[in-house]
Design a protein around this ligand. Structure first.
Ligand SMILES: [Zn+2]
Length: 393
């Protein structure tokens, strides 16, 4: 007999991306959520029922707003991604994607790839074996600029227009620009400005023409001002780094809050691993800046930057959410940030990050309450991706 396609998942508690309710059931069919029900009505007779019990929590799968699937989280991830042959890098990315999925992350936004390998991964590997991938391809960067080794160098209006068009034609979803320099690239500093205001504005306008969203990597305060003027959708890192620390500029933060622009804070780090030296020296100042951003009412989503160093393996995202709570965000808001808010930031409103009829059946089942203790996000009972239950071992 053919197995019923309709699945009913039952748990004592349900977080739907906005509110906590329960007990309830989620009905899944053909990769989509068909219904969410709290009435206690009997499931249809032909449905397959999985009851996770009164202590379990059903929630939308988590969304990591900033990862690097083609980076292998080794001590020399730059060497891996730059000198590895395509099949090696693609295989590592496939493994990274599976690792992220098992940690409850059902959607990632990949913001720094080599040779569009992550697009190949997205197109070749079936949905049930990887998170949904929102892909940028190689980030656009100035000649010799931050992460130039990923192949996204472009300077001047014509080259920038061509770079955006290339990403649209390749099938990218988002345009990532290195507006400031960064820490991973010899000769680059996070305090550097990589593009003028006119260039940044041109990139945003071109991206909008192709209906692509935009993400700006930005550390230094002055460059944050440029990026706000240009109209980027998400601000990556938003760290306000200075020569020896980090210092918030409230005038810029106020603009972000008033305009409701998404800030993608970089969180998540394995305890005991050495951070990049440039960041280690600034860690206290950086935590202070991020705590102020969190308490400001800015729309904060979390990007782990998974893959770039040993402290950031591809299953680090739950740890990042615990860190967001430690910065002062209430646990319910952390859950909203990692689901419905992140979906909106990535242009996926209604499809991801919510339990509601018609949304993709990407779900996470926890064994205990994340509201009581956010570390429950590692107490994973089940992960569903496009309606398929993901093997966890
Ligand atoms: Zn990054």
């Amino acid at each position: 007999m053919r197995q019923s396609a309709l699945q009913v998942l039952r748990a004592g508690h349900v977080f739907d991306g906005g509110q906590v309710r329960g007990p309830g059931v989620v009905l899944v069919e053909d990769g989509l959520i068909r219904d969410v029900d709290f009435t206690g009505a009997l499931p249809p007779e032909h449905a397959g029922v999985t009851d996770f019990g009164p202590d379990a929590w059903l929630l939308p799968g988590l969304i990591d707003a900033h990862v690097h699937l083609s980076w292998d989280a080794s001590a020399d991830a730059v060497a891996h991604v730059t000198t590895g042959d395509s099949s090696t890098v693609l295989e590592a990315a496939r493994s990274a994607a599976a690792t992220a999925l098992r940690s409850g992350v059902t959607t990632v936004r990949d913001l720094g790839d080599r040779d569009y390998l992550v697009l190949a991964l997205r197109d070749q590997v079936e949905a049930a074996l990887r998170p949904e991938i929102i892909a940028a391809g190689p980030p656009i960067t100035s000649r010799g600029g931050h992460c130039h080794f990923l192949g996204g160098e472009a300077d001047g209006a014509d080259a920038l227009r061509a770079a955006v068009r290339e990403r649209a034609e390749r099938g990218c979803d988002v345009v990532k620009v290195m507006a400031s320099g960064g820490n991973m690239t010899p000769g680059s500093s996070p305090l550097d400005r990589q593009y003028g205001r006119a260039d940044l504005r041109l990139i945003v306008e071109e991206a909008q023409r192709y209906r692509l969203t935009t993400a700006a990597h930005v550390h230094a305060a002055d460059v944050i001002g440029d990026v706000l003027d240009a109209g980027f959708d998400t601000l990556e890192h938003f760290s306000f780094l200075t020569a020896d620390g980090a210092a918030l500029r409230y005038d810029l933060l106020d603009r972000v809050v008033q305009r409701g622009i998404f800030v993608s804070l970089t969180l998540g780090f394995l305890p005991g691993e050495p951070p990049l030296p440039a960041m280690a020296a600034r860690i206290e100042a950086l935590i202070d800046v991020m705590a102020k951003v969190v308490s400001s009412g800015a729309r904060v989503v979390v990007g782990s930057d998974a893959g770039i160093e040993t402290g950031k393996p591809h299953d680090i995202f739950p740890n990042a959410l615990v860190q967001l709570a430690q910065l002062g965000m209430p646990t319910l808001d952390v859950l909203r940030s990692a689901t419905a808010e992140a979906a909106e930031a990535l242009g996926l409103t209604g499809r991801k990050g919510v339990l509601r009829p018609g949304a993709d059946a990407d779900l996470l089942v926890l064994g205990s309450s994340p509201l009581a203790d956010l570390s429950a996000v590692t107490d994973i009972r089940a992960v569903y991706r496009a309606g398929h239950r993901v093997p966890l071992d």
